[in-house]
Design a protein around this ligand. Structure first.
Ligand code: ADP
Ligand code: MG
Length: 345
């Protein structure tokens, strides 16, 4: 069985969304399964007609084009999940413009079982393994955090018996030993895949309801579902508890603002998203630079909350979702550039 061995680098994969207006002449998926090339007519925006093309090639750890949800889980999720069961923290993140397939990749479509995304498959695998590994006693908890404009929201606060946020509100706090936790974020014990899925759906419902109440769009926030795993050998008499966190992250849409006049709230959201994504990039770049001993985790809530689950002794996988529509080629290029910067480290 494949188990991911943590390294300091981030694995970066591209996933494309199938669309009717697929920009076939613009985006080329090379047979090596690792390279995407984008071709754009020179000066096309200035209306100059010529046949010269500008081309860019991006080589990554994998390109998932026309690939089933099952295969995506196998190539992106499984190793990180199995690593977490062995005690390694891990993070799977989806990045890209709104509509590119981040939520489809993480959560999947509810219409059919085959279209389940990484999160339900990961939960299934966790409980299957917990049942099979009878030489260990496991305990599993879930938390579901939303970060909107640098504000932390507990997506599972509505669950019955939830203690509620104490005085001082929610905050990312540093723990002795280098870990982090979110004060005020509820942790829910789960004993089965079904119970975990119920919490996932409740949290997603709260994300949508909360977005409506504040008149915001749910794609403007980051969401982190964390599976907290604790295990202890049943056979060794002096066995220690091993703990790990598996973070499954649906990032806010990375698109830049269009030229259309955007209102104050939209601008503010875009500013916060921009800031957190660029600090995420800085943190990942700094982690890969072994000469750096200071990693700027605390500049934004997103990286601070993930501080103990990125780089180092963790498994980190970034999926860059691209739309592939001809009309979205600029955003696609920008996502591919981000992905390859993360890959080059
Ligand atoms: P995002 O979360 O990045 O904004 P979504 O995941 O909501 O984007 O995807 C937008 C739409 O495209 C959804 O209806 C989704 O079901 C569909 N979609 C995205 N990726 C795929 C894919 N690989 N295969 C089939 N449908 C997809
Ligand atoms: Mg989404």
């Amino acid at each position: 069985m494949m188990i991911a061995h943590p390294g300091s680098e981030v694995r970066v994969l591209i996933r494309s969304r199938p669309t009717a207006n697929f920009a076939q002449e613009l985006i080329e998926y090379l047979p090596d399964g690792q390279t995407v090339s984008v071709h754009q007519r020179k000066d096309s925006r200035k209306g100059v007609v010529n046949n010269q093309l500008s081309s860019w090639s991006f080589r990554l750890d994998g390109v998932l084009h026309d690939v089933s949800q099952e295969e995506v889980y196998g190539r992106v999720g499984r190793g990180v999940v199995l690593g977490a069961l062995e005690g390694y923290n891990g993070t799977v993140m989806c990045f890209g413009q709104t509509g590119a397939g981040k939520t489809y990749t993480m959560t999947g479509a509810t219409e059919s079982y085959k279209q389940r995304g990484i999160i339900p498959r990961a939960l299934q695998e966790v409980f299957r393994e917990v049942e099979q590994r009878s030489d260990h006693a496991f305990s599993v908890h879930l938390s579901f955090l939303e970060i909107y404009n640098e504000t932390l929201v507990d997506l599972l606060a509505s669950v019955r018996g939830c203690p509620g946020v104490g005085p001082g509100g929610m905050a990312v706090v540093e723990e002795a030993g280098g870990g982090v936790s979110v004060r005020g974020l509820s942790l829910h014990p789960v004993h089965s895949e079904e119970a975990a899925l119920n919490l996932l759906f409740e949290g997603e419902m709260n994300r949508i309801i909360g977005a409506h109440a504040l008149n915001k769009h749910s794609s403007r926030s980051h969401c982190i579902l964390t599976v907290h795993i604790e295990s202890r050998s049943r056979t060794l008499s002096d066995a220690k508890y091993v703990t790990s966190k598996l973070n499954l992250v649906d990032l806010a849409g990375s698109e830049r603002l269009g030229k259309t006049g955007s209102g104050g709230q939209v601008l503010k959201e875009a500013m916060y998203i921009n800031k957190s994504l660029s600090f995420l990039e800085q943190a990942i770049l700094a982690l890969a630079d072994r000469r750096r001993d200071h990693i700027p985790f605390r500049q934004t809530k997103l990286t601070h909350a993930l501080k103990d689950s990125l780089g180092g002794n963790c498994n980190t996988v970034l999926v860059a979702n691209i739309y592939g529509e001809a009309s979205q080629i600029e955003e696609t290029l920008s996502t591919l550039r981000f992905a390859s910067r993360m890959k080059c480290v």
